[in-house]
Design a protein around this ligand. Structure first.
Ligand code: GLC
Length: 440
């Protein structure tokens, strides 16, 4: 098959998941609108239908809460067999809930980055003027409602907020949570996807238990920060936010808005990110468990996200690449693993080649990594991973994730962001020119 036909097939995946209002991440498994999926979907759509990409973003923003929170799922009154259904969240308990049914938690803030990229390719000042206030309110909410200490780093309250739902990063914290009374529920996620590719029961029960805590607290931000047993400063989330703040700043400049508030956020994250997350002994970034006051010592591909944000020094970037990314016992092909890049280091005890975020290759993580490598001048390596990623999609189809051993597809078929990122990765040059300019 030629690249052209791969592009045509990617476009038809996005078209076939289009409900007219929003694009489903996957035809059966994910029938509503997800936050960071939607950002990537808009980026994919912008390659062939800019107006439709803008509609995707408007649909997502229609779910914004009155306090600025942008939820991880907007249900849009679409009937489905998805669990948890809209009503499960009981968002009407919050005075800030919007008119549209949504979940009560958020997801990594990729949207400003995507919009800024779209705008730099095709300037769209009217659209930026339209969406900028909503983006600013979301970022402001993250930098206030989710900050608990002087580090100014933002907290997540649920593994689903990390976007890497079932990552082994969360296992120890989840194991300390003992659900007192679990609400009655029936999982829907193993209906279309084999249970062996989905989270284990113990973790899933805690996902639901956390929602029950939040809905009882009526989503009052301070109460959530005080009572949530899961309170984490996540490397991936904070790196994406930092990058998105930079991109939000670029949008502000493009439409003549002030940047002081954004500069302040950027300054604080830049000051604290490495001090909090970097482990110099191992040359890795570790998330931070706010409840225990300890780093979460689990080695996953989230450690590479700071490259995407330009936050590591050159020396730190070199250690990440040479000691970890290129290490066949961790992320590089080697042994019976043939593909870049496993979502969890192979040496981790929780590593599983086909289960959700426990090891398989996810196109989104490869994309972050490719972007981050270019930023630090590792263009050849980025190109190798880009080719491997496109080959994986060519052979396995547009799947949610891929078995790290043989590249066979796992999870949802017809997965929108794998299609959207195919369009992005198929651009001739992946070098965004967004080079790292800091000191060593
Ligand atoms: C899974 C992923 C999450 C994604 C969602 C919809 O839950 O872990 O990151 O947003 O599916 O695709």
């Amino acid at each position: 098959m030629t690249t052209t036909s791969l592009i045509d097939r990617a476009i038809s995946v996005l078209r076939s998941n289009d409900t007219g209002i929003f694009t489903k991440p996957g035809p059966h498994q994910y029938p509503h609108q997800w936050n960071w999926d939607s950002a990537l979907i808009a980026l994919g759509l912008s390659h062939f239908d800019l107006a439709r990409a803008q509609l995707e973003i408007r649909a997502l923003l229609s779910g914004q809460w009155q306090d600025g929170m942008l939820p991880h799922v907007v249900y849009h009154h679409v009937p489905s067999d998805y669990f948890p259904p809209a009503g499960f969240w009981q968002i009407e308990g919050s005075p800030h809930a919007p008119g549209v049914p949504t979940s009560g938690i958020t997801q990594p803030p990729l949207l400003a980055t995507v919009i800024s990229r779209m705008n730099s390719r095709t300037p769209m000042p009217d659209f930026i003027n339209e969406v900028y206030p909503a983006l600013l309110r979301w970022h402001r909410w993250l930098h206030t409602a989710r900050v608990v200490d002087r580090s100014s780093l933002v907290c997540i309250l649920h593994p689903w907020e990390s976007g890497t739902d079932d990552s082994p990063r969360w296992l120890n914290i989840l194991a300390t949570i003992q659900p007192e009374l679990l609400p009655e529920f029936q999982r829907g996620d193993t209906k279309y996807v084999p249970a062996t590719e989905r989270p284990h029961r113990a973790e899933y029960e805690r996902f639901i238990y956390l929602i029950d805590i939040f809905r009882k607290l009526r989503y009052v931000p301070n109460d959530l920060l005080t009572h949530s047993p899961f309170l984490v400063q996540d490397i991936l989330f904070n790196a994406i936010l930092f990058r998105a703040d930079e991109d939000l700043r670029a949008l502000a400049v493009s439409v003549g808005q002030p940047t002081d508030e954004i500069d302040d956020w950027l300054g604080r994250i830049r000051l604290n990110f490495n001090a909090r997350f970097w482990n110099d002994e191992l040359g890795l970034y570790y998330d931070y468990d706010v409840r225990s006051g300890e780093p979460i010592r689990v080695n996953t591909a989230a450690t590479f996200l700071p490259l995407f944000a330009g936050l590591p020094s050159r020396r730190q970037a070199q250690r990440l690449v040479e000691e970890h990314l290129l290490n066949p016992d961790e992320y590089a092909p080697g042994g019976d693993v043939r593909h870049w890049v496993t979502t969890t280091a192979k040496a981790e005890p929780a590593w599983e080649p086909r289960r959700y975020w426990r090891g398989p290759v996810w196109i989104i993580m490869n994309w972050f990594l490719i972007e981050g490598l270019h930023r630090y001048g590792y263009d050849d390596l980025a190109e190798i991973i880009r080719q491997d990623t496109l080959d994986l999609i060519e052979a396995g189809g547009f799947r949610e994730y891929y078995d790290a051993h043989d590249g066979s597809g796992c999870g949802s078929a017809g997965f929108s962001w794998s299609a959207a990122l195919t369009l992005e990765l198929s651009r001739e040059s992946q070098n965004t020119g967004n080079r790292w300019l800091g000191n060593d």
